[in-house]
Design a protein around this ligand. Structure first.
Ligand SMILES: [Zn+2]
Length: 344
């Protein structure tokens, strides 16, 4: 005998919540009818669907409040998240089930409902298993929010470095070319942006559910292009065993088809060999990123005129032009002349 239920599983979207809640996929939705008991008399019979009045309950209540603080359910510190990922301890929110249940209470009716949503530890797991391995060990602790300006003697003043960090922080989804001599913090800033892009990727994948689809890549530019050369060379000799490069035009396109905004981070652009095949491949990759609204972050020790000499003016201008088209910025890691802007 069940009176009208006071506890039921409902999609959080039904609670009139806005924002990300609407993206969550609901794992349970208890609406199935119970099997009637043939021995019970008509006065005994349970209603055909104990949750039939659930929608009425939901509609009667304008304000649903979670009984626990949201913050306690959605926040897991970075260090803690890494420990959970490494299996040092179980997730304290979902105990390894990847699902958390949140109980809501109706403010006027006093009814209680339970909704389930994916646990944030799954998002951290995506980040640590896919993005974190791309970040070299010495940059593991770099974070855009805590990045401190430094003095690079004879190269960059602490004021200018602070200015660059602030400018990049304000545009963290944009594309950049970082130009400057070695050891002025270019890669460091790139890693900070890589983490940001990685977090956005993990968050989007977590919300969508399903198989994680690669959409964020970090490479030494020359390594990536050498992989392309090797693939074509081996592919001709032995197509069965040729290892496809880490980032291809097709990979970028399928990331986009899977609902991601792709991000490509290329270190040391000046080390790319100036062969027509490599430059054409580089141009195609950048072109595809650009066409799909992706983020491209490039670091180089040399400025555009140097590339015009090495790659030829047409190639250099085509590739630089494609990177810098749209919202991209050219950031010079040098103390600026009084007249120029912080970030062009
Ligand atoms: Zn969890």
């Amino acid at each position: 005998m069940s009176p009208e239920p006071s506890l039921s599983f409902v999609p959080r979207a039904c609670l009139g919540l806005t924002g990300q809640a609407k993206y969550h996929r609901w794992l349970q939705y208890k609406m199935q009818a119970p099997v009637p008991n043939p021995l019970a008399g008509p006065e005994d019979s349970t209603p055909a669907n104990p949750d039939a009045n659930l929608l009425a309950i939901l509609e009667a209540e304008p304000t649903w409040t979670p009984t626990k603080e949201q913050a306690k359910l959605s926040y897991l510190g970075d260090a803690d998240a890494r420990d959970v990922y490494l299996g040092k301890h179980t997730c304290p929110l979902c105990y390894g089930s990847y699902v958390v249940e949140i109980e809501y209470v109706g403010e006027t009716t006093g009814k209680r409902v339970i909704s389930t949503l994916p646990c944030t530890c799954r998002r951290h797991q995506l980040y640590f298993s896919v993005i974190d391995p791309m970040i070299p060990k010495m940059y593991k602790d770099i974070d855009l929010s805590t990045l401190k300006p430094m003095e690079f003697p004879d190269l960059l003043s602490v004021e200018r470095h602070a200015e660059i960090i602030e400018a990049v922080k304000a545009r963290k989804k944009d594309s950049f070319i970082f130009i400057g001599p070695p050891r002025v913090g270019k890669t460091c800033l790139m890693m900070a942006l890589l983490r940001e892009a990685g977090r956005r990727w993990a968050h989007a994948t977590w919300l969508k559910g399903g198989t994680p689809w690669p959409a964020v890549w970090y490479y030494h530019a020359s390594t990536l292009l050498r992989e392309h050369v090797a693939y074509v060379t081996q592919g001709t000799a032995n197509p069965e065993t040729a290892e496809p490069p880490g980032v291809t035009v097709a990979a970028i396109k399928s990331a986009v088809r899977n609902g991601h905004t792709p991000s490509l981070f290329l270190d040391d652009l000046h080390k790319v060999g100036p062969t027509p095949f490599q430059l054409e491949t580089l141009h195609d990759l950048i072109d595809t990123m650009h066409e799909n609204g992706g983020q491209i972050v490039v670091s180089t020790n040399e400025d555009q005129p140097w590339f015009q000499e090495r790659w030829g003016k047409t190639n250099a201008d085509a590739i630089w032009g494609r990177i810098l088209e749209g919202d991209a910025h050219r950031v010079r890691f040098e103390d600026r002349q009084p007249s120029s802007a912080a970030v062009a």
